[in-house]
Design a protein around this ligand. Structure first.
Ligand SMILES: [Zn+2]
Length: 284
């Protein structure tokens, strides 16, 4: 799933490509992806693109004097820049969800792989009208040490849940939460409210280092290379069975909630192997 660094890098690339351009056409190829009907999609067309920004993991394309097009790429969505488009209208079958055509003939295809379609697009007069944006907590990259301390003190969550809860900290998903906890040398199962000042300082530094570092690297990569660059850069996420790059211990995977997480026992849990906390198991 694209997280804060990738979505920020995508927004910056789109902003550059759209500078001074008019949105000539927006094709909605996946009808279920469009979550709003008023204003209509057509209200976007013929308008200059004002800015492309990010809120949490949402992309926000603002038009001059018109509505915003807000997109959440979900787990398998992506943005592909196109220099031009074929004259033939695209098929409604396939991964293409939305097509944005600019007045110079270039633009973007927004696609979603897989059978579970979660990519969501909204046409709104204010991005705050998107429920997922209205709920967002503090932007993870902008959170100050004081904000993080206050959020942790008020949370009754384990660190893995705390970091990925968009209403607490916006922008962190499954991959970067694993990386942040590994860098901070903290157990994903530790309770957020139990962290002392030293651990909170480590967590804050790790958030900045992981997200900021990833963003710096991704800014140097073309859009099509962002996903492979992210993968190559991960120390523990998706690397179960491989040696930890810090200590050489074997990276472990454990089921947690409705997903799995990866961690290094030596770096993060005092050598202890974590027990399964899958939601389905707990419900039995
Ligand atoms: Zn390690």
């Amino acid at each position: 799933m694209p997280e804060l660094p990738e979505v920020q890098a995508l927004a910056e690339r789109m902003a550059t490509a759209c500078a001074g351009r008019v949105l000539e056409r927006v094709d909605v190829l996946s009808i279920p992806a469009l979550k709003t009907f008023d204003p209509p999609v057509q209200a976007l067309t013929g308008r200059a693109v004002d800015a492309v920004t990010r809120h949490g993991k949402f992309l926000d394309l603002a038009t001059d004097g018109g509505p915003h097009l807000v997109v959440h790429l979900a787990r398998a969505g992506w943005v592909h820049p196109r220099a031009s488009f074929p004259a033939k209208p695209p098929s409604r079958r396939g991964p293409l969800a939305l097509r944005l055509v600019l007045d110079d003939g270039s633009g973007f295809d927004l696609t979603e792989q897989g059978t579970t379609k979660r990519l969501a697009a909204y046409v709104v007069t204010d991005p705050g009208q998107v429920p997922g944006i209205a709920r967002l907590g503090v932007d993870a990259l902008a959170a100050t040490p004081e904000q993080l301390t206050a959020l942790a003190a008020g949370a009754r969550q384990r660190l893995k849940t705390f970091l990925t809860d968009q209403s607490v900290l916006a922008g962190i998903g499954n991959a970067y939460s694993d990386e942040i906890l590994h860098t901070a040398r903290l157990s994903p199962y530790a309770l957020a409210a139990s962290l002392d000042a030293g651990r909170l300082a480590r967590l804050h530094a790790a958030i900045g280092r992981e997200l900021g570092g990833a963003l710096e690297q991704l800014r140097a990569v073309p859009i099509e290379g962002l996903k492979s660059e992210k993968k190559a850069d991960l120390a523990v996420h998706g690397r179960a069975g491989e040696p930890c790059p810090v200590c050489g211990d074997t990276v472990r995977s454990v089921n947690f909630a409705d997903s799995s997480l990866q961690y290094c026992p030596t770096c993060q849990t005092g050598g202890r192997v974590l027990a399964d906390r899958r939601l389905s198991r707990l419900l039995k």
